[in-house]
Design a protein around this ligand. Sequence first.
Ligand code: RP5
Length: 174
Amino acid sequence: MDEPSPFTGPSSAPPVGIVMGSDSDLPTMEPAVAMIQRFGVGCEVRILSAHRTPLEMVGYGRTAAERGLKVIIAGAGGAAHLPGMVASLTVLPVIGVPVQSKALSGVDSLYSIAQMPAGVPVATVAIGNGANAGLLALQILATADPRLTEQLRQYRDGLRAMVREKDERLQHGT
Ligand code: RP5
C-alpha cells in the first residue's frame, strides 16, 4: 500500500482540525483540544508552520474540505501567518488564536491574524484564548447539529449558575 503523502495527512478527517505553528504553541492550544473533546467531538492536531513547512501547510489547507474537516482552528505567534494562509487555501471557516509572544505580548500575533484582506476572513479570538476558539468551532458545528446545540446551551447555563453562586456568596459574605 502507498504511504500517505506527508503533505496531506490522513485521507479522512474528524470535523475539527487544530493546527499550530510550533510545539511551543501547545500550551495555548491544548484548551482548544480539551474543549472539543469535552463535547465528544473529534479533532486532529497538527504542527504546520507557514514559514518552516509551507508545502505541508498548503497540502493541508487544499485537502481539508475533501478530507471531511468542517472547521479549522489555527494558532500562531509573532509573525502569525498560519491562520490567514490556511484560510486562503480553503473555504472552510478558520478561527485564529493569537499566541502570546515574548517580545510584544501577542499584540503582534493578534494584528497579524485579525488584519486579513477583504475576501479572506479569519475569525479571531483573544490573545491566548484557545478555549474560546474551541467553543466557537463547536458553535459552528452546532448550526447543523441539534444535540450539540443543546449541549452548548447547558454549558452556558453552567456558566450562569457559577456566576450567580459567586454573587450569592459575595452578598452573604460566605
Ligand atoms: C510561530 O513562531 C509559532 O506559531 C510560534 O508561536 C512562534 C515561535 O516558534 P518557536 O520558535 O517556538 O518554534 O511560527
